[in-house]
Ligand binder design. Structure first.
Ligand code: IMO
Ligand code: MG
Length: 462
């Protein structure tokens, strides 16, 4: 099959970068399909760590790399990433893609603030705030749907028309923010002495106009009809990787709404995201050995308390251990991620939504020396046991109690390179994932380096 899609099976941060980078080696074309600067994907190249927010991972292997229409793109951030590559990348940007401008960030920030203020007024410790990455994701997709958004072709088009659109959107957003009783300010994220701090930075219309006009001029040369380019490539038998961001449980429709992102994350959504017909494809689901979650929302097997942000002083020791080992702090925000025991109920749901043909199990080495390992195989909700995940019902998920099975722990596996050499507890874990999904676990990552990977008869494009 010439098309291979990478999808996060859980709540994001599954280690998609490493697997994408491995399959990119053989690919001709790499296409990013969804999300925007909310994703921060980490790659290890030699002894260097590279974090990309917007550029597709193909640029690391000097391959043709595309941004599909379903991406929301922050032009100034893309320019910054391009500068780091001396603008020397083979990049194509779909003209239909929507751009995120600073007022989208201001609106995202204002809504999260307003939700927090309301929660405090109601004497709740955690309220309606989603805990977004404050990257303007929701407001950009929202303007796409309301047909007021600015597309990449507008950004690179007539300056007078562009400025008029920026002005009208700026004023629209300002109106909403003032109704919330707040100011038009941007969030400036900082980590000072290990503390996550956000400062307000005022935002003017002139700043937005200048940013739009100047970045449009710089990025114009990358415009490409991604839909038709991918179609032609597949027809010509070229090897195409579709690189998804976020994770299935963050999907706008099938995730834990409203504690989700604003794009379609699931594998079948890539056809619309890119603009291609339903070509047969391989779907690799990235399953992190233990789930993590940034922001609020239910995680039934959570080892930390369900509250957000994480209070490390009341965290479970296993959660602390794994968070420390895995440096489970956001690449985009620096925030500590909540950690849970592996959950087969969620995985089964994710399989149902994506149809994974293969599973890549990541960060497996980080579960070593935890004995016994607990794996959730069912939920008890209101006295009834079920293995069906009620993804839409946050109240039911809050009441759900995990039913665990125990697996013997295993020692360090970071030097294992063949499946046969894994200890029996580790193999049992892999077998349970295969039984749950019906898909083979054909890639197992046992460390951050490119060579710390076990491939089991995995052929990326056959
Ligand atoms: P990658 O690609 C983990 C989460 C945010 C928040 C919710 C909505 O690195 O796996 P948004 O800013 O998208 O409006 O936030 O979604 N979120 C992610 N969590 N990994 C990601 O991406 C995420 N992208 C968004 O934390 O809870
Ligand atoms: Mg991430």
């Amino acid at each position: 099959m010439p098309v291979l899609t990478i999808v996060g099976a859980l709540w994001g941060d599954e280690g998609k970068g490493k697997v994408t980078d491995a399959v990119n080696e053989e690919a001709d074309l790499i296409v990013k399909t969804n999300g925007g600067a909310n994703a921060g994907t980490t790659y290890v190249v030699g002894d260097k760590q590279v974090i990309l927010h917007l550029l597709p991972s193909g640029v690391l292997r000097k391959k043709r790399s595309l941004l599909a229409q379903n991406i929301v793109m922050r032009p100034e951030l893309l320019c910054k990433e391009l500068e780091e590559f001396n603008w020397d990348v083979d990049l194509g940007i779909d003209p239909r893609l929507h751009v995120t401008l600073p007022y989208h960030l201001a609106l995202d920030y204002a809504r999260e603030k307003a939700a927090d203020i309301k929660a405090k007024g109601d004497n709740k410790t955690s309220g309606g705030a989603i805990g977004t990455t404050l990257s303007g994701i929701g407001p950009t997709y929202e303007q796409q749907k309301s047909r007021a958004g600015i597309r990449f072709c507008d950004l690179c088009g007539d300056e007078t028309k562009l400025k008029a659109k920026v002005k009208s959107n700026y004023e629209y957003v300002k109106g909403i923010i003032s109704q919330l009783g707040l100011e038009m300010v941007m969030p400036d994220r900082k980590i000072i002495e290990g503390k996550y701090i956000i400062e307000d930075v005022p935002l003017t219309l002139e700043q937005c106009e200048e940013l739009a006009v100047e970045s449009g001029k710089k990025l114009k040369k990358y415009m490409a009809d991604v839909s038709s380019e991918v179609y032609d490539a597949v027809k010509a038998g070229k090897k195409v990787v579709l690189q998804g961001a976020q994770g299935t449980l963050l999907d706008i429709a099938f995730g834990n709404y409203p504690k989700v992102t604003s794009s379609d994350v699931r594998a079948p959504a890539v056809y619309t995201a890119v603009g291609i017909p339903a070509f047969p494809m391989k779907v690799v689901g990235i399953v992190k050995a233990y789930p993590t979650k940034v922001g609020s929302g239910p995680v039934v097997t959570c080892l930390d308390c369900q509250k957000w942000p994480v209070d490390e002083s009341v965290s479970d020791p296993v959660a602390k251990l794994i968070r420390g080992r895995g440096k489970e702090f956001g690449a985009t925000t620096g925030r500590a991620r909540r950690v849970g025991w592996p959950d087969m109920v969620v995985l089964k749901y994710s399989q149902q939504l994506n149809g994974f043909t293969d599973i890549a199990l990541t960060r497996f080495d980080l579960l070593c020396d935890i004995n016994p390992l607990k794996v959730c195989t069912a939920y008890e909700i209101d006295g009834k046991t079920t293995d069906k995940y009620p993804g839409w019902d946050l109240d039911a998920l809050a009441r759900a109690k995990p039913v665990y099975t125990e697996i013997e722990g295993f020692p360090d596996i970071s030097n294992v390179r063949k499946y046969e050499d894994l200890p029996s507890g580790a193999k049992k874990f892999v077998e349970l994932i295969e039984k749950t999904t019906g898909a083979p676990v054909s890639i197992i990552s046992v460390g951050p380096e490119r060579n710390q990977t076990i491939f089991r008869d995995f052929k990326a494009f056959e």
